[in-house]
Ligand binder design. Structure first.
Ligand code: NAD
Ligand code: WQD
Length: 344
């Protein structure tokens, strides 16, 4: 059973998905310590969290690439029950330009954390942020966890595959570590309070922030990357999941490990809605919830794009007792509300 004072370290907890997960875990009574080096987030996120939660959350500004700092961090929090490891660099295009920075940050950070946990020599529950990118273009849709892992399209995607393998090997050599990798599909939207949300730096690479910035007049128009794919309307299909549903999957995963509801020490789960949405359907949803006509035009295909990816979530539904609840329109409305707040 959950000890309601269980301490959980959330690395990358000031980032987009991490901050929403802080809210969900805190609401279940977990004691949270956020660790973040602010390399892709802002200290103001702590204020947003405080406004939602009603109290300060412990925060440590630490770069997880630095092994001595990580050992010291975990020594000081040796009473912890679990770690949710979000901290990583995530821009696919940047990883192609600067592959070594991506291997360095994403892999060293994970290795440093796992080494420090091993030194503690106590039972720990570990959750890793993986990605549907490990499947590449799947042969069978919806994608189950039985789908084969494809050669990664980018150094970023490769770090997720390597990190999953590092976790597999570490768990099998450890008596104390239980781990779950959550393979996220496409997180979108923001907390209903609009106190926290996605803060893309520069020109957004992902569809929904690009749509909302275009709706807000920050971008002149959205280019739809190709309408000649073999899909219902010719545009690519993705599984867009409300970030709050995604955050709740972490709570469910942590509780399942704490309560030992499954037998394996390392498991991985697809976390999506199970529903495929085309780019044009996403635009229609935005226009409906925002009552705004979106300026867009059809452009050429983006190199490396997967045609269609959406999750079979039955493993997570059954084993984690978790299901995504928000609709695309609800997620899109929350993304729009957040955009209007931050572009004021
Ligand atoms: P994000 O960039 O908003 O959050 C990551 C956080 O980690 C940031 O606050 C950053 O400052 C911090 N960080 C990075 N390197 C660090 C280091 N060395 N030490 C300490 N802190 C560090 O990203 P996000 O969208 O919230 O993604 C969280 C995780 O989920 C990442 O691992 C990402 O690869 C994975 N993921 C994201 C998506 C997505 O579409 N957003 C999809 C699949 C998987
Ligand atoms: C969605 C759809 C685009 C922008 C990325 C990462 C992947 C994973 C999930 C982390 C696609 C189209 C987009 C635009 C467009 N992240 N699009 N015009 O492709 O699933 O992948 O996020 O692990 O690693 O690569 O998401 O939001 O970039 O694109 O037409 O300006 O929107 O072609 O079909 P994607 P996305």
């Amino acid at each position: 059973m959950i000890n309601h004072s269980s301490k959980i370290i959330i690395t990358g907890g000031l980032g987009y998905i991490g901050s929403h997960t802080v809210v969900e875990l805190q609401s279940k009574g977990f004691e949270i310590v956020i660790v973040d080096d602010l390399s892709n987030s802002s200290i103001e996120v702590l204020d947003g969290l405080k406004n939602i939660i009603g109290k300060n959350i412990a925060f440590e500004n630490i770069d997880l690439k630095k092994p001595d700092l990580v050992i010291d961090l975990f020594k000081r929090h040796s009473d912890l029950t679990g770690v949710v490891h979000f901290a990583a660099s995530k821009a696919v295009g940047e990883s192609v330009t600067n592959p070594l920075d991506y291997y360095e940050n994403n892999i060293y950070s994970l290795v440093n954390v796992l080494k420090a946990l091993k030194k503690l020599n106590k039972s720990i529950n570990f959750i890793f942020s993986s990605s549907c990118t490990v499947y590449g273009q799947a042969k069978i849709l919806p994608i189950t966890e039985k789908e084969s892992i494809k050669k990664a399209e980018s150094p970023y995607g490769n770090t997720k595959q390597i990190c999953e393998e590092i976790i597999t090997d570490t768990v099998s050599s450890s008596k104390n570590l239980k781990a779950i990798s959550l393979r996220y599909f496409n997180p979108i939207g923001a907390h209903e309070s609009s106190e926290i949300g996605e803060l893309p730096l520069g020109i957004p690479q992902n569809l929904v922030p690009f749509i909302t910035q275009t709706g807000a007049g920050i971008r002149s128009e959205l280019i739809v990357f190709g309408d000649d794919y073999p899909t219902i309307d010719g545009t690519c299909i993705r599984d867009y999941i409300h970030v709050v549903d995604l955050a709740k999957a972490h709570t469910a995963a942590l509780i399942s490990m704490i309560n030992s509801t499954h037998s394996k020490n390392y498991e991985y789960y697809n976390i999506g809605t199970g529903k495929g949405t085309s780019v044009l359907e996403a635009i229609t949803s935005f226009e409906k919830v925002s009552k705004t006509k979106l300026k867009y035009k059809i452009g050429s295909r983006r190199v490396g794009d997967i045609i269609s990816a959406f999750a079979d979530t039955s493993k997570a539904n059954k084993q984690l007792n978790w299901t995504a609840e928000f609709s695309l329109d609800q997620a899109m409305a929350s993304a729009w509300k957040w955009q209007k707040k931050i572009s004021k």
